[in-house]
Design a protein around this ligand. Structure first.
Ligand SMILES: NC(=O)c1ccc[n+]([C@@H]2O[C@H](COP(=O)([O-])OP(=O)(O)OC[C@H]3O[C@@H](n4cnc5c(N)ncnc54)[C@H](O)[C@@H]3O)[C@@H](O)[C@H]2O)c1
Length: 388
C-alpha cells in the first residue's frame, strides 16, 4: 500500500493516447478542480505505438517525454505512477513490469483478459507494496455515488432485485461492414461486449448490490467475421460475444440481471442500473447522468412515486468543487478528474482507494465474474463463484 507523507507531487506516465487523452485531461484537472490539490500530478511521459501520434498528443497535454517502447516509460525514474491506458492485451505485462519497478499503478478496465492474468497483477502489486486502482470511472459520477450512499444508509431496505445494463453502439458494430479491431479478438481483448461494456455493469453491480454468488449466462456472436480494413474483401474471424446476458444471485440473496451488448443501434452510451428493495428503489441512466430516479415513500401518500433528483447540488457527492449547479451539468470527463484526485489523495494518506474506488482485487473479482459468465454461456450451466 502507498507510503503516507512520501511526497506531494507525482510524475505520471501514460501508456496509450486514446482513452489516455481522457486520463491526461483528468490528471490536468486535478489541480484545477480540487485546487489546491492534496497531491499534484506532473505529466512526465506518454507512450504509444506511432511516433507521430504520440508526439502530437503528448505536446497537446504538455508531457515532457514520449516513447514508442512502453518499457522505457516504465523504466523512467521521473515516472512515479504508471497509468496503463493500452488495450487489455498489454495490461498484465506492462502493469506487472511497472509494479516490479516500484511504480504506483492505475490500469484501465477491464483489468485483464482473464482472471489468471488479473490474479498475477494483483499479486505483483501486493508484493511490491504499491498503490493500485482500476479505471472504473463511473463510481465517480455524482449520481452513482449518491446511489451508493442511499444503498449504504439502508434506505432501500432489503435488496430484492438489481438490474445493470451497458448497451453502446457508438462503434457501429451492428453493421457487418464495420472493420475488425482489437475488440473482436479474444487474444487481444479477452472478451467482446462483455469485456468492453459488461465489465462496467459488473463493477457497478458489485459496488451497489454486493458480491456475486453465481451466474447463468447466454452469449451471442451475430457477426462472426469482419473486413480486415474498411472496404477490404479480406475477412477476419471474430471470436468474441456481441451480446452477453446473465442472471445473477448475489451473496445477500438478491436476484440480478446484467446485460452487455454493442449491437444496439440508437443506444450510444446506455449504462443503466435499477435497484429495488423492501422500502424503495433507484434508477440511473448514464445518458441522463445528472439525474437519479429515487423512490422512497414518504409520510404524505399524495406525493408517493419516483422522483427525478437533479444531482447537481453542493450536498451531492463530489459536487462542492464544481460550479455546474446553475446550468449544464457534470460531464463524463469530470468522473476521471474525481477518480484520479481520489487516487492521489489515497496515495498521500497511505490508504486503499476502496471502497469508493476499485482496487486490483475488485479488478480481479470482476475478471472472475466475466470468466464465469463465458463459461456458463458455453456450457449452459450455472456457475458458482462462492469458492473464487
Ligand atoms: N473507462 C472507460 O470508460 C473507457 C473508455 C474507453 C476505453 N477504455 C479502456 O481503455 C483501454 C484502451 O482502449 P482505447 O479505446 O483507448 O484503445 P485504442 O486502441 O483506441 O488505443 C490504444 C492505445 O494504446 C497504445 N498501444 C497499443 N499497444 C501498444 C504497445 N504495444 N506499446 C505502446 N502503446 C501501445 C496505442 O498506440 C493507442 O494509443 C481498454 O482497456 C479499454 O477498455 C475505458
Amino acid at each position: 500500500m502507498a507510503r503516507p507523507g512520501r511526497k506531494k507531487e507525482f510524475g505520471v506516465g501514460i501508456i496509450g493516447y486514446s482513452i489516455g487523452r481522457v486520463h491526461a485531461h483528468g490528471w490536468q484537472g486535478v489541480d484545477e478542480v480540487y485546487h489546491p490539490a492534496r497531491a499534484k500530478p506532473r505529466l512526465v511521459a506518454m507512450a504509444g505505438r506511432t511516433r507521430e501520434r504520440v508526439e502530437t498528443e503528448a505536446r497537446r497535454f504538455g508531457f515532457k517525454k514520449t516513447y514508442t517502447d512502453w518499457r522505457k516509460l516504465v523504466a523512467d525514474d521521473e515516472v512515479d505512477i504508471v497509468d496503463n491506458c493500452a488495450p487489455p492485451y498489454l495490461h498484465a505485462e506492462a502493469t506487472i513490469a511497472a509494479a516490479e519497478k516500484g511504480k504506483d499503478l492505475v490500469c484501465e478496465k477491464p483489468m485483464a483478459r482473464n482472471a489468471k492474468e488479473g490474479k498475477a497483477m494483483l499479486e505483483a502489486a501486493e508484493r511490491a507494496g504499491v498503490a493500485h486502482m482500476v479505471g472504473y470511472n463511473f463510481r465517480f459520477v455524482s449520481a452513482v455515488a449518491l446511489a451508493k450512499q442511499i444503498v449504504d444508509e439502508g434506505l432501500l431496505g432489503r435488496l430484492y432485485y438489481y438490474k445493470g445494463s451497458y448497451l453502446n453502439a457508438a462503434a457501429r458494430y451492428e453493421d457487418p461492414e464495420t472493420p475488425a479491431d482489437w475488440h473482436h479478438s479474444s487474444e487481444m481483448a479477452g472478451y467482446g461486449a462483455l469485456a468492453d461494456l459488461g465489465t462496467h455493469a459488473i463493477d457497478l453491480a458489485r459496488f451497489l448490490a454486493g458480491e456475486v454468488k453465481s451466474v447463468q449466462s447466454v452469449s451471442r456472436t451475430f457477426i462472426s467475421s469482419r473486413p480486415e480494413k474498411k472496404g477490404s474483401n479480406k475477412k477476419v474471424k471474430v471470436d468474441v460475444d456481441d451480446v452477453t446476458v446473465s442472471a445473477l444471485s448475489f451473496e445477500n440473496g438478491a436476484a440480478g440481471l446484467i446485460e452487455a451488448a454493442w449491437v444496439t443501434p440508437g443506444r450510444t452510451d446506455s449504462l443503466t442500473f435499477e435497484a429495488y428493495g423492501s422500502r424503495g428503489s433507484l434508477r440511473f441512466n448514464l445518458e441522463r447522468m445528472n439525474e437519479l430516479e429515487v423512490y422512497l415513500p414518504g409520510e404524505d401518500s399524495r406525493f408517493n412515486g419516483p422522483r427525478n433528483v437533479l444531482v447537481l447540488g453542493r450536498e451531492h457527492p463530489f459536487m462542492t468543487r464544481y460550479w455546474v449547479n446553475q446550468a449544464g451539468g457534470f460531464s463524463w470527463e469530470n468522473s476521471f478528474v474525481n477518480e484520479l484526485n481520489h487516487y492521489l489523495e489515497c496515495l498521500v494518506e497511505g490508504k486503499s482507494v476502496s471502497p469508493q474506488g476499485a482496487t486490483f482485487l475488485d479488478g480481479y473479482r470482476n475478471c472472475l465474474i466475466m470468466d464465469s459468465m463465458v463459461d456458463s454461456a458455453r456450457t449452459g450451466r450455472r456457475v458458482d463463484l462462492s469458492a473464487g
